[in-house]
Design a protein around this ligand. Structure first.
Ligand code: GLN
Length: 531
């Protein structure tokens, strides 16, 4: 077993300033230096996991191979590092309390008083340490959700402090992500909120080793001196993090400030290799891309930028590889003039979703793509909507629908399978996590993947009803991939005689990486760019 090394990342001043990207970018740097990493996100809320949380509040729910429904930061970690994470990489305060209360009911505490210290903190530490032992990485990076000073965060900070005490200064490092303030009307930069945030952290027994300072202008020497003086963080450890147009540039910025060198020195690690070339080449390709295409993302959470984040990042990764600039046009599926906003669009993407709102707009957009030979990619509900559209407008089943939206529809082309219906608990009927799919020979899908058997992640309840497979196929819909576990489950569809009409019941966006864009997105971008 290796010497365990931990990096804790906290946030201060305000929320939403990029702790997740910071952890992802630092993980990338360590990977490029030849180290293995295990990123973990601790979420301070009381929900047991992110599965039931509204995208409006928390953005996308990310799904791991082993079927955990997690915070979207895990998506950043996977895209930046290429590592497949597991349920070990995300837990909430709610899950910690639920576990402890289960033990209490079972009588495990033998009548003792259960307290936040030591019982809750011990459970938090146990999760971090046992995940580290199971995965045996060179470095475990732990992102503490929330902002220092939040009541809910205290138990995480206290657990981190104890790990520092137990594993020692040479093995544990703290990074605090903060934001410089700009007062109006002069727009003068102010460091006071940073000073106060670090003071809060120190009152919890934690002295940060590094500060990542989000800023819209480069820090002045005076800013830097002041921050260092008041926070006791060495001057060269005050790292600037300006806004970047492409988040994948963040590791490059950090490297320019020698953050990687300082961190390795501080943890007693020696770089094993320097593997940054391809990463930086892709960024250059993306930034210098001359060819521009417009992709419409037709969904219902259009004003929340994080709701479809993995889909958007999968498009960015594919476009970086191919040197094409994607202009993403977010189209509200409830928009009255939906078709108007699809004018001059090179490709249409319909992502996943739950609930009836906006479904007719998605169907309309798909019909438009099908009839006008516009490349189309459908994901999960996107596939289901494409099947409904095809049933209605090609097979003549006028009111075809999904029983999720129309219980007594005449043509339930999308339905829950019989054995799924018997299960009472809705959660129990969800297909979650990775499973294998067999592709039909000679299909577009096979040519995209260049393989016969593929693995994709799922998060859905309804299926293309087996009763309608024949009639759909008879009218020309190609069912191009089925689950190996149950041959009734359609995982891919496509159309012949169309430049690119492909949909999947899975969520390929969760498996796309910056250095390894997903074949479906690659194919979609290529078709939309007509290359
Ligand atoms: N609501 C659909 C289902 O449960 C699709 C889910 C999704 O798009 N993730 O089957």
């Amino acid at each position: 077993m290796k010497q365990k090394k931990f990096i804790f990342v906290t946030g201060g001043t305000v929320s939403g300033i990029g702790k997740g990207i910071t952890v992802a970018a630092i993980s990338r740097l360590f990977k490029s230096h030849g180290f293995s990493v295990l990123p973990i996100k601790m979420d301070p809320y009381l929900n047991k996991d992110a599965g039931t949380m509204n995208p409006y509040q928390h953005g996308e729910v990310f799904v791991t191979d082993d079927g955990a429904e997690t915070d979207l930061d895990l998506g950043h970690y996977e895209r930046f590092t290429g590592v497949n994470l597991t349920k070990d990489s995300n837990f909430t305060t709610g899950s910690v309390y639920a576990h402890i209360l289960d033990l209490e009911r079972r009588g495990d505490f033998l009548g003792k008083t259960i307290q936040i210290i030591p019982h809750v903190t011990d459970e938090i530490k146990r999760r971090i340490i046992s995940a580290t032992e199971r995965h045996n990485p060179d470095i475990t990076l732990v992102e503490i959700g929330g902002t220092v000073g939040d009541i809910e965060e205290e138990q995480f900070l206290e657990s981190a402090r104890q790990i520092f005490r137990e594993y020692g200064n040479e093995n544990v490092q703290f990074i605090h992500v903060v934001k410089i303030d700009y007062v109006f009307p002069s727009d003068e930069s102010k460091t006071k909120p940073i000073q106060q945030s670090v003071a809060l952290l120190r009152s919890r027994g934690i002295q940060p080793d590094f500060l990542i300072v989000r800023c819209k202008r480069p820090l002045t020497k005076d800013n830097q001196d002041k921050i260092s003086l008041f926070t006791n963080v060495r001057e060269e450890h005050v790292i600037q993090a300006p806004n970047v147009s492409v988040i994948y540039e963040v590791p490059t910025y950090f490297k320019r400030s020698h953050l990687d060198t300082y961190m390795m020195r501080r943890l007693g690690l020696i770089s094993q290799k320097r593997d940054f070339g391809e990463w930086e080449r892709r960024i250059r390709k993306l930034k210098n891309a001359r060819k521009k295409i417009r992709i419409a993302l037709v969904g219902k959470y259009i004003d929340h930028t994080d709701a479809y984040i993995s889909v958007e990042e999968a498009l960015v990764s594919a476009s970086a590889e191919q040197g094409i600039h994607v202009d993403l046009v977010r189209v509200d599926s409830e928009h009255k003039n939906l078709l108007k906003s699809l004018k001059n669009i090179d490709g249409i993407l319909v992502p996943g979703g739950f609930g009836k709102r906006g479904i007719e707009g998605k169907i309309k957009a798909i019909r438009y793509a099908r009839e006008n030979n516009i490349p189309f990619l459908g994901l999960c509900l996107g596939l289901q909507s494409a099947v409904i559209e095809f049933a209605r407008n090609v097979c003549g089943m006028k009111n075809a629908h999904s029983t999720e939206f129309e219980k007594n529809t005449e043509y339930p082309v999308i339905d829950m399978l019989k054995d799924q219906k018997r299960l009472k608990n809705l959660g129990g009927t969800m297909r979650l996590g990775a499973s294998t799919i067999i592709l039909k020979e000679g299909t577009i899908l096979e040519s995209l993947y260049k393989r016969k058997e593929v693995e994709e992640r799922h998060r859905h309840r309804y299926e293309v009803s087996p009763k309608y497979h024949d009639i759909l196929q008879k009218h020309g819909l190609v069912l191009s991939g089925f689950a190996t576990s149950d041959k009734r489950l359609v995982d891919f569809i496509e159309l012949k005689n169309h430049p690119f009409f492909v949909a999947t019941q899975a969520h390929p966006e969760f498996k796309s990486r910056f250095l390894e864009p997903h074949p479906l997105f690659r194919g979609f971008i290529r078709a939309s760019a007509k290359t």
